[in-house]
Design a protein around this ligand. Structure first.
Ligand SMILES: *[C@@H]1O[C@H](CO)[C@@H](O)[C@H](O)[C@H]1NC(C)=O
Ligand SMILES: *[C@@H]1O[C@H](CO)[C@@H](O)[C@H](O)[C@H]1NC(C)=O
Ligand SMILES: *[C@@H]1O[C@H](CO)[C@@H](O)[C@H](O)[C@H]1NC(C)=O
Ligand SMILES: *[C@@H]1O[C@H](CO)[C@@H](O)[C@H](O)[C@H]1NC(C)=O
Ligand SMILES: *[C@@H]1O[C@H](CO)[C@@H](O)[C@H](O)[C@H]1NC(C)=O
Ligand SMILES: *[C@@H]1O[C@H](CO)[C@@H](O)[C@H](O)[C@H]1NC(C)=O
Length: 286
C-alpha cells in the first residue's frame, strides 16, 4: 500500500515537471486544441462527403484534407481550411472560432451549411480570404465582419442572407478587392461606406432587395472593374460620380427602378459591357 502511494507520488511529480518543461503555446498543443475543435464540429454535422474522412483522431492534423498548417513558430497551428464542394450539411453553431486566432483562409463554398453566420467570425482578425458562397446561410451579415480588416476577398453570394447590410460591417474592410454578396435577400440601402473600399476591383450586389439610390460614394472606388447592381429595387438617378470610374469594364444596373438621365460616361474608356435595361432611364450613351 505504501509502495503504491509512493509510486503515485512519483508519477504525479513526473507529470507536473513534464508540463513545466513544455512551452506555453507549443505548436503541438495549439494543433491538438484545433484538431479537437474541428473534430467536435465534424461530429455535430448532419452529413459530409468524403473530404472529411481523413479527419480522424490520432492522425496528423496537418495532413487532413483541406488543412494547411503554419510553418512559423510565431503563429503556430492551422493557417487555412478549404472545404469547397465537400457535401457538408449542418451549421457553424459548434465551430469553435476562438481556437483559430491566426486563420488566414476559410473556404466552405458550395456546401449545404445552414443557420446564421456566427458573429464570432469577427475573431478571425488575420483572415485574408473568406468564402461562404453557395450554402444556405440565413439571418443577417454580422457587423463583426467589420473586424476582418485584412480581408482581401469576401464571397457570401447565393445564400439566404436577409436584413440590412450594416455600414460598419463593410466600411472598415479597406484591403478588400473582391466583394460578392449577390443572390441573397438583403434589404435596405446600399451602404455608402462601400466608398471606403479603395482597393475594390469587383463588386456584386445583384439579385437582392436593396432599395434607395446608388450612393455617390461608389464613384470613389477608383480601382473598380466590375459593378453589378442588377435585379434589386434601386431608385433615383445614376449618380454622375459613376462617370469617374475610369477602369470600369462591366456595369450592369438593369432591372431596377432607376429614373432620370444617363450621366456623362465619356471618361469610362475601358467600358466593354453596359446594361441599363428595365429601368426608367432616358438619354443616350455617348
Ligand atoms: C497562448 O495562447 C493563448 C490563447 O490561444 C493566448 O491568450 C496567450 O497569450 C498565449 N501565450 C503565449 C505565451 O503566447
Ligand atoms: C501524410 O499523408 C501521406 C499520404 O497521404 C503519407 O504518405 C504521409 O506519411 C503522411 N504524413 C504524416 C506525417 O502523417
Ligand atoms: C458543388 O458541389 C457538388 C458536390 O456537392 C458538385 O457536384 C458540384 O460540381 C459543385 N459545384 C461547383 C460549381 O463547384
Ligand atoms: C474584434 O477583434 C478584437 C481583437 O482585435 C476582439 O477582441 C473582438 O472580440 C472582436 N470582435 C468580435 C465581434 O468578434
Ligand atoms: C472609412 O474608413 C475610415 C478610415 O479607414 C474609418 O475611420 C471609417 O470609420 C470608415 N467608415 C466606415 C463607415 O466604416
Ligand atoms: C473626365 O476626366 C477629366 C480628367 O480627369 C475631368 O476633368 C472631367 O471632369 C471628367 N468628366 C466627367 C464627366 O467625369
Amino acid at each position: 500500500m505504501k509502495l503504491l502511494a509512493l509510486e503515485l507520488l512519483l508519477l504525479l511529480l513526473l507529470l507536473s515537471s513534464a508540463c513545466l518543461l513544455c512551452p506555453a503555446n507549443s505548436t503541438a498543443s495549439v494543433l491538438d486544441r484545433q484538431a479537437d475543435a474541428l473534430l467536435q464540429w465534424k461530429s455535430g454535422l448532419d452529413g459530409h462527403g468524403s473530404c472529411l474522412n481523413s479527419w480522424t483522431k490520432g492522425t496528423n492534423t496537418c495532413n487532413w484534407t483541406g488543412i494547411v498548417c503554419s510553418t512559423s513558430d510565431d503563429a503556430p497551428g492551422i493557417l487555412s481550411i478549404s472545404l469547397n464542394s465537400c457535401g457538408i450539411s449542418g451549421s457553424l453553431g459548434k465551430f469553435w472560432f476562438a481556437e483559430f486566432p491566426h486563420l488566414q483562409g476559410l473556404d466552405l463554398g458550395n456546401n449545404s451549411i445552414s443557420g446564421p453566420i456566427p458573429s464570432s467570425i469577427g475573431r478571425f482578425v488575420d483572415l485574408f480570404d473568406l468564402d461562404l458562397s453557395s450554402n444556405r446561410f440565413s439571418g443577417s451579415i454580422p457587423t463583426s465582419l467589420g473586424n476582418l480588416t485584412r480581408l482581401n476577398s469576401l464571397y457570401l453570394s447565393s445564400n439566404l442572407l436577409s436584413q440590412e447590410l450594416s455600414e460598419s460591417a463593410i466600411g472598415t474592410l479597406n484591403s478588400l478587392q473582391f466583394l460578392d454578396i449577390g443572390n441573397n435577400k438583403l434589404t435596405g440601402p446600399i451602404p455608402y461606406s462601400l466608398g471606403n473600399l479603395s482597393t475594390l476591383y469587383f463588386l456584386d450586389l445583384s439579385f437582392n432587395k436593396f432599395s434607395g439610390p446608388i450612393p455617390r460614394e461608389l464613384g470613389m472606388l477608383e480601382s473598380l472593374i466590375s459593378l453589378y447592381l442588377l435585379r434589386n429595387e434601386i431608385t433615383g438617378c445614376i449618380p454622375t460620380e459613376l462617370g469617374m470610374l475610369q477602369d470600369l469594364v462591366s456595369l450592369d444596373l438593369s432591372n431596377n427602378r432607376i429614373t432620370g438621365f444617363i450621366p456623362n460616361l465619356g471618361n469610362l474608356t475601358s467600358l466593354v459591357s453596359l446594361v441599363l435595361s428595365n429601368n426608367q432611364i432616358t438619354g443616350s450613351i455617348p
